[in-house]
Every structure is written in structure tokens, then in C-alpha cells.
Design a protein around this ligand. Structure first.
Ligand code: IPM
Ligand code: MG
Length: 359
């Protein structure tokens, strides 16, 4: 049976980078026996323009009928003045929530070829291979009540609610322990248990779970310290598990250790490993349409899709190896370009990956 993949380019550089990732999928279909059917849909600003909302009903219907979703990025200045529920980012949050994609895996791997592109000293980051497991459908991103209200004295007050149920903590915890088990068996749970009751509960549940995973070494760290440790000595980490918002922040920080946020893929999984795959970077409106965006994070997201949802680990490795090969050839988009390498655009980079897959 053929796998159904829904392709959602989104906004900004989304269509450009997704175009290259689709070339990779087509190549795997033609030359490497991948059984896959692609469909296209609209999300974010593109969804709003076409259907009046950032997650059109048709997109959600197609997503539910797919084995996996490949997403580019959403958002752009032209949508920033829309009513909040109509903004592109809400479409992204809605699809994560509707599909119950609670488990967000964000690997940060330093390709040896890019060691000099990191802003940190090579010895601090060389060989870096960490994985952030971010809770994605709960916490302050979704907690109610939320809003901006006017107090009795006429002053406005903004408010959001940080809530986690035990079952939500447990399911992300189990995913993190299982993931750590397949790696270096070290899991660091990041919280703010010294201040926030909700993460005191988070810590308690994680500690309770560790009895079921005696082979995994569990540690805890406050988020402020974790941010510091990530730039001080990032290689101390193997797997990090944390809340939705802490994970959002720490994953951008971890991304930069690898030289460019343009290199990092992500997987967002439900309990049955159906998933959505997207680069962790945004829609980069400042460079949209110029053909200079780095498509490698999206192409590496295809590799994660092959591994986690399409059950094709060998093809996943092929794609990752092809990315390594184009880096070896010295090809670099502007975000990872250094003087001794050759600057290429989005399409040339995508074509080079396809050529490497064919060779
Ligand atoms: C991410 C992004 C999103 C998030 C935004 C675009 C809503 O920053 O995927 O990290 O905050 O989750
Ligand atoms: Mg983010």
C-alpha cells in the first residue's frame, strides 16, 4: 500500500524549501522504490488567503487522511495585524492540536563540515548530537483562560495559563524515555520546579516514570541553568525533555550551536507515530522569493518522516548521507556559507541532494 503524504508549503520561504524536499521524495519514489502519494494543501497565511482561515477545513480533512504531513513554514508581516485567531501561527498550533501531535522531536546535530559555521568554539560543539523532546499540544500555548482584559481601573492586563495534566506529562515522558533508550540512555528533564507548581508536578511525574526505565539515567535541571549549560557545555546532554514553551526557546538556542537554524528538522508525533515534519526555522519573510533559503532542514525533515512514520529507515539514512555529501562537496546556502566554500541557492542545493541520491 502506498503512503499518503500531505504537503503544506505555507508562507514565506515555505514553498521554496518544500519544493526541494518534494524533489527528494519524487526521486525516492522513482529510483528507490518508495511507495508514496503526494497531495498539496494550504495552511497559514496561504490558508487564510484562500479560505479565510489559517487551517482550512479541507486541509485538516486531508491531514487526517494522510500517513504524514510535510510542512514548510507559516507567517508573514502582512498577516500580523489580523485578529489573533486568524493569524498563520494559529493554523500551525491548530493542526498540531487537532492531530494530537504531542511529541516534538528536535535533534541538534553538528555536521563536522559546518563546525566553523557555529558561533561557538569548535571544541565546544564538535560531535554535538542532542535531541530535544518538546511537549507540543499543552502547556501555556493552549492553557485557558487566556486573553487581554481591561481591569476595573481601566488598565489592560494580558494573561495566559500554564497547565499540565499528569497524563500529558506522562505521555511525553514515556516518549522521551523510549527515545533516550535508543540513544545514549541519558535523559535530562528541564523545568522550573523551584517556582512553578505545574513543573513541580512535571518533575514528580518524570521521577515516577524513571522506575519503568532503569536503563535510562534521569536528571533534572532548571530551565535557566539549562539555557546556560546549552551554550557552555552542550555535549553534556543526550536527550532533553521539556514543556512546550521551554522547548520552543531551548530548541532555537540548540539550533544555533549547529551553525544555522537552516539545518534542523523536526518531527511531531501522535501516539501511533503518525506525524508532521517541518524545519524548526520560520517563514523568513525577509528572504522569501529570493531563492536563497536553505532547503536542508526540510530535506532532513523528509528523512525523519521516512524513519518515524513511513518505516523506511534505510531510505532515511540515504537522505542524510546525501546531505552529508553535498556538504562535503562544499556547497553552502548563504546562511552556512564561509569563505572557503561555494555559495549556492535553494534550487541548486536541492538539485545537488537529488544528484547525490542518484549517484
Ligand atoms: C516553532 C515556532 C512556532 C512555535 C510558532 C511559529 C508558533 O516557533 O515551531 O518553534 O512557537 O511553536
Ligand atoms: Mg520556535
Amino acid at each position: 500500500m502506498s503512503n499518503k503524504v500531505l504537503v503544506l508549503p505555507g508562507d514565506g520561504i515555505g514553498p521554496e524549501i518544500v519544493g526541494e524536499a518534494v524533489k527528494v521524495l519524487e526521486c525516492l519514489r522513482q529510483d528507490h522504490g518508495l511507495r508514496v502519494e503526494l497531495e498539496q494543501g494550504l495552511i497559514g497565511g496561504a490558508g487564510y488567503d484562500a479560505a479565510g482561515k489559517p487551517l482550512p477545513d479541507e486541509t485538516l480533512r486531508l491531514a487526517r487522511a494522510s500517513d504524514a504531513v510535510l510542512l514548510g513554514a507559516v507567517g508573514g508581516p502582512k498577516y500580523d495585524t489580523l485578529d489573533r485567531p486568524l493569524r498563520p501561527e494559529r493554523g500551525l498550533l491548530a493542526i498540531r492540536s487537532e492531530l494530537e501531535l504531542f511529541g516534538n522531536l528536535r535533534p541538534a546535530i553538528l555536521y563536522p563540515q559546518l563546525a566553523s559555521a557555529s558561533s561557538l568554539k569548535p571544541d565546544v560543539v564538535s560531535g554535538l548530537d542532542i535531541l530535544i523532546v518538546r511537549e507540543l499540544t499543552g502547556g501555556i500555548y493552549f492553557g485557558e483562560p487566556r486573553g487581554i482584559r481591561t481591569l476595573d481601573n481601566g488598565e489592560r492586563q494580558g494573561y495566559n495559563t500554564l497547565v499540565y495534566r499528569e497524563s500529558e506529562i506522562e505521555r511525553i515522558g514515556r516518549l522521551a524515555f523510549e527515545t533516550a533508550r535508543k540513544r545514549d540512555q541519558r535523559l535530562c528533564s528541564v523545568d522550573k520546579a523551584n517556582v512553578l507548581e505545574v513543573t513541580e508536578l512535571w518533575r514528580e511525574v518524570m521521577t515516577g516514570l524513571s522506575a519503568d526505565y532503569p536503563d535510562v539515567e534521569l536528571s533534572h535541571m532548571y530551565v535557566d541553568n539549562a539555557a546556560m549549560q546549552l551554550v557552555r557545555a552542550p555535549k553534556q546532554f543526550d536527550v532533553i525533555v521539556t514543556t512546550n514553551m521551554f522547548g520552543d526557546i531551548l530548541s532555537d538556542c540548540a539550533a544555533m550551536l549547529t551553525g544555522s537554524i537552516g539545518m534542523l528538522p523536526s518531527a511531531s508525533l501522535d501516539k501511533d507515530s503518525r506525524g508532521m515534519y517541518e524545519p524548526i526555522h520560520g517563514s523568513a519573510p525577509d528572504i522569501a522569493g529570493q531563492g536563497v533559503a536553505n532547503p536542508l532542514a526540510t530535506i532532513l525533515s523528509v528523512a525523519m518522516m521516512l524513519r518515524y512514520s513511513l518505516n523506511e529507515p534505510a531510505l532515511a539514512e540515504k537522505v542524510e548521507a546525501a546531505v552529508g555529501q553535498v556538504l562535503d562537496q562544499g556547497l553552502r546556502t548563504p546562511d552556512i556559507h564561509t569563505p572557503d566554500t561555494r555559495k549556492v541557492g535553494t534550487v541548486e542545493m536541492g538539485d545537488a541532494v537529488v544528484a547525490a541520491l542518484r549517484s
